[in-house]
Design a protein around this ligand. Sequence first.
Ligand SMILES: *[C@@H]1O[C@H](CO)[C@@H](O)[C@H](O)[C@H]1NC(C)=O
Ligand SMILES: *[C@@H]1O[C@H](CO)[C@@H](O)[C@H](O)[C@H]1NC(C)=O
Length: 399
Amino acid sequence: MLLKASIVGLVSIPAFLLVTAAAPAQRYHHKKWNTLDGKPSLIFGHRGDKAIMPEHTLGSYHLAAIEGADYVEPDLAITKDGHLICNHDLHLSATTDVAERPEFANRQRNLTDILDDVLVTIPNNWFIEDFTLAELKTLRVKQAKVGVRPLYFDQTFEMPTFEEYLTLVQDLSVRLNRPIGIVPELKHAAHSNKLHSDKPHYFENLVLDTLERFGYPRHSSQIKNATHITINGKPPIPRGNVMLQNFEVESARYLGKNSDHDVLMLVLANAWALTPKGLDDIATFATHVGPWKEFFISDAESAYKFKNIKLDSKQIRKLGGFIPPHRLVKEIHKRKLRAIGFTFYDKHEPSQLGCAKKCIVGTRTEELGYFFKQGIDGLFVEGVSNAIQIRNQFFNIKV
Ligand SMILES: *[C@@H]1O[C@H](CO)[C@@H](O)[C@H](O)[C@H]1NC(C)=O
Ligand SMILES: *[C@@H]1O[C@H](CO)[C@@H](O)[C@H](O)[C@H]1NC(C)=O
């Protein structure tokens, strides 16, 4: 009933009112939290809060922060003229109006490369690396999942730069009176670095340099007394934490070895990461591991079959075999790493657990509860305030 009312409401109720609409009925009474530090799991706003705003816009970042996200996620790519810009894809058709721009018709092409360990062809599209920042700024962002999500804010926003994201997050930290975590994902670093092969680790250094300019130096010893942000004479607020994330191990390793920032090793096609020796290696350069959520539910073989990803079984055996799904959080914690899961969709996309074997369509409270019980340290969610409500009830947090 609630679900139906909210979907109907999409056409008339202002978006900001929707996010508090659904309250979970169930209450948990857990005595002990199973996260690594015994604290409640952290909530990461996936691409901002794309349940309502077009993803990767100042609007979606702003909304996630207002809703209370512990971290707000930008994905990063590099423009033709070397600026960091926020977008999930290397291509532009899904989230911008580029296809309707006759001036860019001749930029359409195919792109083939290994992206996050998988050989991929993206046919007939427009790519960020072919556009200058000034050209990208003429585009307008639109909602990626038409039919599921509200479209009020289509054509409202430009693609934000990483610098605009950092400025916004710092400003909101002061105005909302709490530190907000910064969790940029370097998308397809090996591909982007190939385009700048004269400067080794161009992408990683561009990100680390930009962070440094905004007061997040590579090494914590350099922070000295500048641990707080002050804007317009308002009381100083501690800077949010920085966590750099990547699916590509060489990029994650470089970030971990060349900075004191937290590093989140994401896991999807990089199956070696789900083995004991794989986790041992990750613990040498990262602080967090983020396996696709299915790996905490189904055995890895079934999950990879479901995803149509081929496995190197010999390599997996050599590394100690796959860790069973119910042991995954424990094995991650054993190495003093924290476990992060992705992606937990909001109520407009039904929750599907265990689809590698047999989908269990459960409620959002059941899905999140499964991960909280295991001791997941953080989750990338959509519908941030609703997820926080469920989290707070699970952990008996009084607000
Ligand atoms: C992309 O590749 C396909 C063949 O796979 C070809 O038909 C098409 O013309 C190519 N597109 C462009 C813009 O080159
Ligand atoms: C840091 O300390 C120095 C010297 O004590 C002072 O001049 C400077 O204003 C301080 N910076 C901040 C951001 O507080």
